[in-house]
Design a protein around this ligand. Structure first.
Ligand code: ATP
Length: 414
């Protein structure tokens, strides 16, 4: 049985798979067939949530960070508008589940049971959980991080676990095999050699410079600001139009585009939304601003890696909840692309990427960074050392356990 049918049959499903196996693609299909009024698409991060037209799991749950004692979480979730939402929800979708903390997930289970007055797992809400635990982990509070599958309620809440096995992002077999090694924390000498050989590889063309992937956010902001400053020429400012200015700070958190975008001719940019998949205009597609169209509101004209030149117009970024639109930001679907953080890149496909892993500090971070590239020929790793490749032993155990439970483990699926 395919995942979509399992979901239609009301099962609570966790589906996983390597980077690029189409988890997000499948999730969007699932969302499109479920009744919008009672389906709540959420994700652990704002940009992943916006990508599926939902909100963050934290915004849905209404229990703050979840760090407060359970009693306080229960009273927060019992506020009328939050309780109404919990009661209305029949299917809760959580994307990027790898970044959801186990204790937080257990609290959500307790809150759902209490608000919905039901002893069933998650108060009877169907769960659709999606993600790869070998990618980015939850942010650790004090001490050891606890993955969502380590939550006490996980085994009661998740009735089916499915792995997607076909990789769509890359088609080079050697690169796929390399990534599969990195994913499980292995870095044999042949892998090190292949990655180190990319160090001086020319990947730039048509004025499009490589996007540098950093492990630390501060480096990203500094690099983009500095590089824009270095460009000669006039600054063109593009303010966003928000449906409700009172929600602008929430939109800043949830949308992949900023309230104010500054561009110059020569600015390195990337798309922040799928515009036209058939023409390669997808989230993460790289380009350079070649001019501003004076006959068309001064909008930027971007040349993409494919050679396509296009005037980029504002798009709507919707943040939805329970079928209703909560807020809308109208903004150019562009962001500066000299640099981006590994964290923000999770879920993206990047055309031309330079990766710095010298300061990688997280399990799965090197895998997320490297697996954004389409091929070894379109990436450059500047400072690769095998020590940056890490997979958490408990995650590896969890995946071994899933594989042993063959009856619950279906593969391949689409
Ligand atoms: N069934 C499919 N047929 C054709 N192309 C697909 C299919 N599924 C995914 N793709 C394409 O493969 C690429 C990767 O897909 P997607 O982002 O959904 O993978 P993912 O598993 O969510 O990756 P990640 O774990 O890195 O977020 C995208 O360009 C997507 O359009």
């Amino acid at each position: 049985m395919k995942v979509l049918e399992m979901v239609k049959n009301g099962e609570s499903v966790f589906f996983t798979g390597s980077a690029g196996t189409g988890k997000s693609y499948l999730l969007k299909q699932i969302i499109s067939v479920l009744p919008p009024v009672s389906t709540f698409p959420t994700a652990s991060t704002g940009s992943a949530a916006c990508h599926i037209g939902g909100t963050t799991l934290h915004a849905f749950a209404g229990i703050g960070s979840g760090a407060a004692p359970l009693d306080q979480c229960l009273s927060l979730a019992s506020r009328p508008h939050k309780a109404a939402q919990w009661r209305k929800c029949r299917c809760l979708i959580i994307d990027e589940i790898s970044m959801v903390d186990a204790d937080y997930f257990d609290k959500l289970d307790a809150v759902a049971k209490s608000v919905r007055k039901s002893k069933k797992p998650f108060g009877g809400i169907q769960l659709v959980l999606c993600g790869d635990f070998l990618q980015l982990p939850p942010v650790a509070k004090e001490g050891e991080k606890k993955y969502c599958f380590q939550a006490k309620c996980w085994k009661w809440c998740v009735t089916r676990s499915v792995e997607l096995t076909e990789i769509y992002r890359q088609n080079d077999k050697q690169f796929i095999a390399l990534l599969q090694n990195i994913r499980i924390g292995r870095c044999p000498p042949a892998v090190t050699k292949l990655l180190q050989a990319t160090k001086h590889q020319p990947i730039e063309s048509g004025g499009i410079k490589a996007t540098r992937l950093y492990t630390h956010t501060a480096d990203v902001e500094a690099t983009n600001r500095k590089q824009l400053g270095v460009l000669k020429g006039e600054v063109h400012k593009f303010p966003a139009h928000d449906s409700d200015p009172g929600l602008s700070s929430q939109l800043d958190n949830l949308c992949p585009v900023t309230a104010s975008l500054q561009l110059k001719q020569g600015a390195q940019v990337m798309l922040a939304k799928n515009i036209d998949v058939s023409r390669g205009l997808v989230n993460g597609a790289r380009g350079v601003v070649i001019k501003f169209d004076t006959s068309n509101r001064g909008l930027p004209v971007v040349r993409f890696t494919s050679g396509l030149e296009m005037t980029v117009s504002p798009e709507k970024f919707l943040v939805k909840m329970g079928g209703g639109v909560m807020a809308v930001r109208r903004q150019l679907p562009l962001r500066l692309a000299w640099a981006i953080s590994v964290h923000k890149s999770q879920g993206m496909t990047l055309d031309c990427v330079e990766i710095s892993l010298g300061r990688a500090f997280e399990d799965g971070q090197a895998y997320v960074a490297l697996s954004r590239a389409r091929s070894l020929k379109t990436m450059r790793v500047t400072d690769f050392q095998p020590s940056c490749v890490r997979a958490h032993p408990q995650v590896l155990d969890f995946y071994r356990f899933l594989r042993r439970m063959r009856h619950n483990y279906i593969s391949p699926v689409s």
